[in-house]
Design a protein around this ligand. Structure first.
Ligand code: ATR
Length: 288
């Protein structure tokens, strides 16, 4: 925690519902303490019908920056004075930066995943990738793939129409046919090969730790890297099944850390060193 919170402390925080188990205060307060920046970060539980009043109130209270989590990442966009172009395309904001007259919205989730893949030495440029799920989190992952120059994304979702809608948005934005929408049950149609797969559904999240979006071991033979954006449990069933077939696996803890670091850098106009990021990762691992 901060050595001292005083009258000059810059205040930042997280809005969402629920927020009681968030690891974001640990990330931001640890970075502040390690960098000697007088900033305090806490959580604000906000009901869905109060998002607009919360954002206006935060501005009135001189709050310097906010993170936004489930279920407000889309709704918050109606309460902002400006939105980063890429966040607008993704259709969700998880980071708000104080500007003249209100807040500007950004999406640092895709930056978080992109930094994680770089750190884990999982290159995706020019490669074919599989993404499971086409919900809110998946949108950021798909746009990240376009930005990183992925060759093709096989986008598998229970509801085909949702995958088709997301594929159309990504393909239009990047002006090329990157994303191929498919039904989750059609995984046998994916050409034989070795892929990086990013799991974005909520299946397997604690307490439902015995579930995976695809149970068939044959699917996991297609994978060389299996990244789950879930970090609770630390090893999801998706990761276990992939590991059994020889894939390298990672959970979503680093994505969480790096989206937070990217937000911190936007709020404070600083660069957080790799050394501090690694130290904070250790604290997160201990906290889980
Ligand atoms: P988030 O913002 O976390 O991505 P979301 O927008 O509700 O949450 O998306 C949840 C994703 O998990 C979707 O891809 C959803 O599939 P559908 O589009 O078919 O609803 C997927 N999902 C959730 N529960 C599922 C289940 N039991 N089986 C298969 N897919 C599931």
């Amino acid at each position: 925690m901060q050595a001292e919170v005083n009258a000059k402390s810059k205040v930042c925080g997280l809005i969402g519902n629920p927020v009681g188990h968030s690891l974001s205060p640990l990330i931001h307060n640890s970075v502040s303490s390690k960098m000697g920046i007088n900033l305090v970060y806490t959580t604000f539980q906000v009901e869905s019908d109060s998002v607009d009043v919360a954002i206006k109130g935060a501005y009135a209270l001189n709050i310097a920056g906010l993170n936004v989590t489930v279920p407000h990442k889309v709704a918050v966009m109606n309460s902002l004075v400006d939105i980063d172009e890429f966040a607008k395309e993704i259709g969700a904001c998880n980071t708000l930066v104080r500007v003249e007259g209100g807040y500007k919205g950004y999406n640092t989730d895709y930056i978080g995943l992109s930094r994680q893949l770089a750190k884990e030495n999982i290159p995706i440029k020019g490669e074919d990738v599989i993404i499971l799920g086409a919900g809110g989190a998946s949108r950021a992952v798909n746009f990240m793939c376009g930005l990183e120059g992925v060759n093709k994304v096989y986008l598998l979702n229970r509801t085909l129409e949702t995958a088709e809608g997301l594929a159309a948005d990504v393909n239009k934005y990047f002006g090329r046919n990157i994303v191929v929408p498919m039904r989750l049950s059609d995984y046998k149609r994916i050409p034989k090969g070795k892929y990086t797969c990013i799991q974005t559904t909520s299946i397997g999240l604690s307490p439902n730790v015995d579930l995976a979006p695809i149970e068939d071991p044959e699917f996991y033979k297609l994978l060389k890297n299996a990244v789950d954006i879930i970090f609770n449990p630390v090893e999801t069933k998706f990761m276990k099944l992939a590991k059994e077939q020889g894939a390298k696996t990672a959970n979503g803890l680093k994505m969480l850390l790096y989206q937070g670091i990217a937000a911190y850098e936007l709020w404070n106009n600083v660069i957080v060193s790799d050394e501090i990021q690694d130290e904070v990762l250790k604290l997160l691992e201990e906290a889980l």
